[in-house]
Design a protein around this ligand. Structure first.
Ligand SMILES: Nc1ncnc2c1ncn2[C@@H]1O[C@H](COP(=O)(O)OP(=O)(O)OP(=O)(O)O)[C@@H](O)[C@H]1O
Length: 261
């Protein structure tokens, strides 16, 4: 059986949540290494992410943000607990099946853009769909290019684009396949504030007008203030949440956590 055909449905959810979550982590623990070298990176994390919701994940260095993102995106398996994407249980799913799930259902945006230098902006945007032998929705592609202000740049290669334009290409690439969720790891970390603002506005628009679920790790309170809520981690545990965050409120909670760390 091909990996595509064998992507399994999970059993009933173990945790009730008010809305149908796109991603649900239940009792997730992650320990790196063993014995005296063991590092506990996540402890009993319970969290869900829903459609049309923009979540920022914050916390001091080493608090477990990247580990949380990797588990939620099926890039690593937790030591124990459950990670569900819709009705798919990702833990213990064989890697070949996970790769298909990631390709079809998850969009990624990284700090370092990760564009292929030899390809034009448009080729970078369409590459994952082509590799997956999916037909390109040309209308959707044109709409994304327009929304992200890249009409004059589709034929340019990454080195001919500004950092902000490169990241907008990466966001379009993530959105083209209409993923269930987009995970963004410090998407504005390498950008100046104006370029960062454009990328964040694009993600915000994707949430508001396309019902996209976006989960973003950031160190920047101004970036986090674009989200609907901020989840704060400390020592591998969710210690706080802030709805409708302002950058001042986020900065003050982060100060408190950093003093504690
Ligand atoms: N591969 C690994 N092997 C051992 N320990 C690891 C590994 N990856 C992460 N850790 C440890 O797990 C903990 C959580 O790391 P993680 O990278 O998730 O934190 P973070 O909040 O993303 O940090 P930062 O903000 O500095 O990127 C840290 O103590 C880190 O040293």
């Amino acid at each position: 059986m091909t990996a595509e055909r064998s992507v399994r449905k999970a059993g009933p959810a173990r945790v009730d949540t008010p809305q149908n979550p796109v991603v649900l982590l239940a009792d997730v623990d992650v320990t790196y290494g063993t014995g005296s070298a063991a590092v506990v990176a996540l402890r009993k994390v319970n969290i869900s992410f829903t459609a049309a919701e923009f979540t920022a994940v914050m916390g001091p260095s080493g608090s477990g943000k990247s580990t949380l993102l990797k588990c939620a995106a099926g890039l690593m398996s937790p030591t124990s607990g459950s990670v569900r994407l819709g009705d798919l249980e990702l833990t213990a799913m064989p890697e070949a099946e996970l790769a298909v799930v990631r390709r079809r259902k998850i969009g990624f945006v990284f700090q370092a853009f990760n564009l292929l230098p030899a390809l034009t902006a448009e080729e970078n945007i369409t590459l994952p769909s082509l590799l997956d032998k999916r037909e390109i929705d040309r209308e959707w592609l044109a709409e994304l290019i327009r929304k992200f202000g890249l009409e004059e740049r589709t034929g340019h290669r990454p080195h001919e684009l500004s950092g902000g334009q490169q990241q907008r290409v990466a966001v379009c690439r993530a959105l083209l396949g209409r993923p269930d969720v987009i995970f963004a790891d410090e998407p504005t970390g390498a950008l100046d504030s104006h370029a960062g603002q454009q990328v964040l506005d694009g993600l915000r628009t994707a949430v508001d007008t396309m019902g996209q679920s976006v989960v973003m790790v950031t160190h920047n309170p101004v970036a986090a203030a674009h989200a609907d809520r901020v989840v704060f981690l400390a020592d591998g545990t969710v210690v706080d949440k802030l709805e409708k965050p302002t950058s001042d409120a986020v900065a003050s909670r982060m100060n408190r956590l950093e003093r504690r760390a």
